[in-house]
Write a protein that binds this ligand. Structure first.
Ligand code: ACO
Length: 424
């Protein structure tokens, strides 16, 4: 273990350093306050390691993303979403028996308690499906109370992965006034989701294998991304020993914001707006650069990736393939490519290292699959579930876990006496 030296007001302090398996160096400041009286200030946590984690590795400068050591490109090409769920949650790829068992369990826990169906009656048809997803996930804990026993955690993880897909599909059916379509045990996780979303009782529905493959890819690419806003939220809530459902329901809320997962919906809204406004990309690039305008290029920029987002590269490649296989010609895909080209040639974006992120092309594929725009972030959440579960479990199993409780630098009023109402 190395050390770093801090010189504070003329006095030197030795701080231990930790080095991760990929050579990342962290300065351990656990004793900083007790030895110096000072704390660190890092608004937005751009330089703060909140934990040690063995789940996902990102090198934002080189555009590297690996789940449990496996490159995202290989997982995207060669695995299925449920294999990736198993990998993230259990740490290793499953063998044939383990995968069969896992898929079986996912299938057999996909039905919702019949009483939960009634909850949907209480939401307005226009209610955003992310709000419905988060409250329904929180409600699952009332049916399956938490327990810290390993078997109970395993079972609740399966239930969550499985029932969240049913909740998502039911919330869509509710919004369009169609009857709920119950899960089918003979279908794969992804095919079953498509079936619950798009089948109607009046006629048979065949799942298009192109759509099933595309959904697998999208879910895999979203499955984990180390300490992003929603995952950190899950860990923050979980650190108080709140149960899995409560912690992940909070993660869904964090994901819904437009600077995080909500960006995929905003990208399509932005592209549509540019199209309806005559297709002048330059105008919108100018607006994004103008500090007096609040407009940002949605789907552009990332806290960690400063060269390219490997997920966006894969999605751009697959967007072309999926649309041509489905025989769809979406003008928004062309629009997105043109916008990317214009922005990437512009000094403002080059200097700030702003590139398309995962949300930039994902919406084009979701659209081609027939998924409505307000469901895009729900799709992101379904993909991110195994990551959230893996992080919650890692935190739960780590004996070093303490409740997360940051400090602050207080900038408010100093001591002053109370002023009586009549004297104010
Ligand atoms: N359009 C225009 N300018 C941008 C954009 C953008 N999309 N993103 C960043 N910038 C500019 C900022 O104005 C800032 O400029 P300045 O240095 O002159 O002040 C600089 O680039 C750095 O931006 P920050 O906001 O400080 O970067 P931060 O790391 O805090 O934010 C974020 C990252 C939230 C992703 C940001 O790039 C953004 O708002 N992007 C659009 C929303 C989006 O696509 N979010 C999805 C992110 S990926 C995900 O969560 C799945």
């Amino acid at each position: 273990m190395g050390t770093a030296t801090l010189n504070l007001e003329g006095k030197e302090y030795e701080l231990p350093t930790v080095v991760g398996s990929e050579g990342e160096v962290g300065i351990d400041i656990a004793k900083l306050r007790s030895s110096t009286g000072a704390i660190t200030l890092d608004t937005g946590y751009g330089n703060t390691g909140a934990c040690e984690s063995a789940i996902t590795f990102i090198d934002g400068e080189k555009g590297i993303l690996r789940y449990r050591g496996y490159p995202i490109e290989q997982l995207a090409e060669r695995s299925t979403f449920t294999e990736v769920c198993y990998l993230l949650i259990h740490g290793e790829l499953p063998n044939r028996d383990q995968l069969d068992r896992f898929n079986h369990d996912l299938t057999y826990h996909s039905m919702l308690h019949e009483d939960m169906k009634k909850f949907f009656e209480g939401y307005p048809p226009s209610g955003h499906p992310m709000a419905i997803l988060s409250s329904m996930i929180a409600s699952l804990s009332t049916y399956y109370p938490g327990s810290s026993r390993d078997e109970a955690i395993e079972l609740n993880s399966i239930r969550l992965l499985s029932k969240a897909a049913t909740i998502a599909a039911f919330s869509y059916k509710k919004s369009i006034g169609q009857p709920f379509i119950y899960p089918r045990n003979d279908l794969s996780y992804t095919a079953n989701f498509m079936h619950m979303m798009f089948a109607v009782p009046a006629e048979p529905y065949m799942v298009n294998p192109v759509l099933e493959k595309a959904l697998n890819l999208l879910l895999i690419l979203h499955a984990d991304h180390e300490q992003n806003c929603s995952t950190s939220t899950v860990r923050m809530v979980g650190s108080s020993q709140a149960n899995l459902y409560a912690s992940i329901s909070a993660g869904v809320c964090a994901l819904s914001g437009p600077l995080h997962g909500g960006a995929n919906q905003r990208v399509i809204e932005m592209l549509t707006r540019i199209r309806d406004d005559g297709g002048d990309y330059q105008k919108y690039v100018r607006m994004a650069k103008d500090k007096s305008s609040e407009f940002r290029l949605m789907g552009f920029g990332h806290r960690v990736y400063k060269n390219f987002d490997p997920r966006a590269r894969l999605l751009k490649k697959h967007a072309d393939a999926v649309l041509s296989q489905l025989g769809i010609d979406d003008p928004l895909l062309e629009m997105a490519k043109n916008l990317e080209e214009v922005a990437l040639a512009d000094d403002f974006f080059v200097e700030r290292k702003l590139y398309p992120n995962v949300d930039f092309y994902s919406g084009i594929i979701y659209r081609a699959m027939g998924i409505p725009t307000n469901m895009f972030t729900v799709m992101f959440a379904l993909g991110r579930l195994p990551g959230w579960i893996a992080h919650w479990k890692e935190l739960h199993d780590d004996p070093k876990t303490r409740i997360n409780r940051p400090r602050q630098i207080y900038t408010g009023a100093t001591l002053r006496p109370f002023v009586a109402l009549g004297a104010r």
